[in-house]
Design a protein around this ligand. Structure first.
Ligand SMILES: [Zn+2]
Length: 293
C-alpha cells in the first residue's frame, strides 16, 4: 500500500435529512475552505458546487461528497460509501472535513458512529470537525478510552434529536405520507444573512391565516394540474357571488358553489355547473370572439 500523505488532498462530507435548511451545506463548505487554507491542504470544493449538487441530486463532485435527504441512521448511503472508497483508493488524501458528528451519522447504536470514524482514521486520515480534530489511528495502538466514550456519547445524543414519531403521526385513511412538524424547541434555526424580503408582521398574519385555513379546507379535493381545472376561480355563483370550486363528480367533474361547500349547505344552494359543459361553453365564446371580434 502506498504511504498516505500527511498534508495532501482534503475531502468534504455532509449529510442532510430534511432538505429544509438548504443554505447550511454551502456554509459548511465555506468553513472547509477556510480550514483547508489554515492546514495547508488542497481542497477544490466551493459553495456554488455543493448548491449545484443539491439541485441536481448528485452525491459526488470532485472533493465534495453529499447525501441529501438521507436520514442519519441509514449508514450505507451513496455519498458516504463513495467517500470511504475514495479515501481507500487515493493515498494523497490526508484530511476529511465533516461539519459535525451528527452530519456523519445519527446511528441507531452509538458504536456504529465510532466505527465509521475509526474506519477513516485507520486509513491514516485526519477527521476535522468544526469543534474537534481527530488524528489518524496508529496501527496496533489501543484507542484512547476517554475519546471513545466522548464519541459514543456524541453519537448517542445525535440520534436523540431525531423526532420521535407518535401514533398520531401516521395517516390511517390513505397510503400517503403525512406532514408533521417538529416541536419549536428542537427546530434548527440559523441566522439569515439577508434582510427579510417581507415585513415580519405581515408574514406572521399570513401564517395565522394559513393555519386557520388548514382547519377549514382540510381534505377538500383540488387539482394541481391546471389542465384539469381550466376554469379554476373563474366561474362564479351568480346568486351569492362566491367562486365555484372544482369537484370530482363520478367520472367527470363539476364546479360547485364554494359558499355552499364551506357552510355545509347552510348559506347557499347547491348551485353547480358541469365542468366539461362549462369549459366547452367558455371555449366557444373565446372562439367566437377571436373569429369575429
Ligand atoms: Zn352560492
Amino acid at each position: 500500500m502506498k504511504k498516505r500523505s500527511e498534508k495532501g488532498r482534503a475531502l468534504f462530507y455532509t449529510r442532510d435529512s430534511g432538505g429544509k435548511h438548504e443554505t447550511t451545506p454551502s456554509e459548511y463548505v465555506r468553513w472547509a475552505q477556510g480550514r483547508a487554507k489554515e492546514l495547508g491542504v488542497q481542497f477544490s470544493g466551493t459553495p456554488d458546487a455543493i448548491e449545484a449538487m443539491i439541485r441536481s441530486g448528485q452525491s459526488v463532485d470532485d472533493d465534495l461528497f453529499l447525501d441529501f435527504g438521507v436520514p442519519g441512521n441509514i449508514l450505507s448511503r451513496e455519498g458516504l460509501d463513495s467517500l470511504l472508497k475514495t479515501v481507500l483508493n487515493d493515498a494523497s488524501i490526508s484530511h476529511v472535513f465533516i461539519p459535525r458528528r451528527n452530519r456523519l451519522a445519527r446511528p441507531d447504536h452509538p458504536i456504529d458512529g465510532v466505527k465509521l470514524e475509526d474506519a477513516l482514521r485507520r486509513q491514516g486520515v485526519t477527521i476535522v470537525f468544526m469543534d474537534k480534530t481527530l488524528p489518524p489511528l496508529k496501527r496496533g495502538r489501543r484507542p484512547d478510552i476517554a475519546e471513545l466514550i466522548v464519541a459514543a456519547v456524541d453519537y448517542d445524543r445525535s440520534s436523540e434529536d431525531r423526532r420521535e414519531l407518535a401514533d398520531g403521526d401516521y395517516r390511517t385513511d390513505v397510503e400517503k405520507p403525512k406532514v408533521i412538524r417538529n416541536p419549536e424547541e428542537v427546530r434548527i434555526i440559523a441566522p439569515a444573512r439577508f434582510d427579510a424580503p417581507v415585513d415580519s408582521d405581515r408574514h406572521r398574519q399570513l401564517l395565522a391565516q394559513l393555519n386557520e385555513r388548514a382547519g377549514t379546507q382540510r381534505g377538500k379535493p383540488r387539482s394541481r394540474d391546471p389542465k384539469k381545472n381550466p376554469l379554476g376561480s373563474r366561474a362564479f355563483d351568480m346568486s351569492c357571488g362566491w367562486p365555484l370550486y372544482r369537484q370530482p363528480y363520478g367520472e367527470r367533474f363539476r364546479y360547485l358553489c364554494g359558499l355552499y361547500q364551506q357552510s355545509h349547505g347552510a348559506e347557499c344552494s347547491h348551485n353547480h355547473v358541469d365542468g366539461l359543459t362549462a369549459t366547452r361553453f367558455v371555449l366557444s365564446c373565446v372562439r367566437q370572439h377571436a373569429l369575429s371580434p
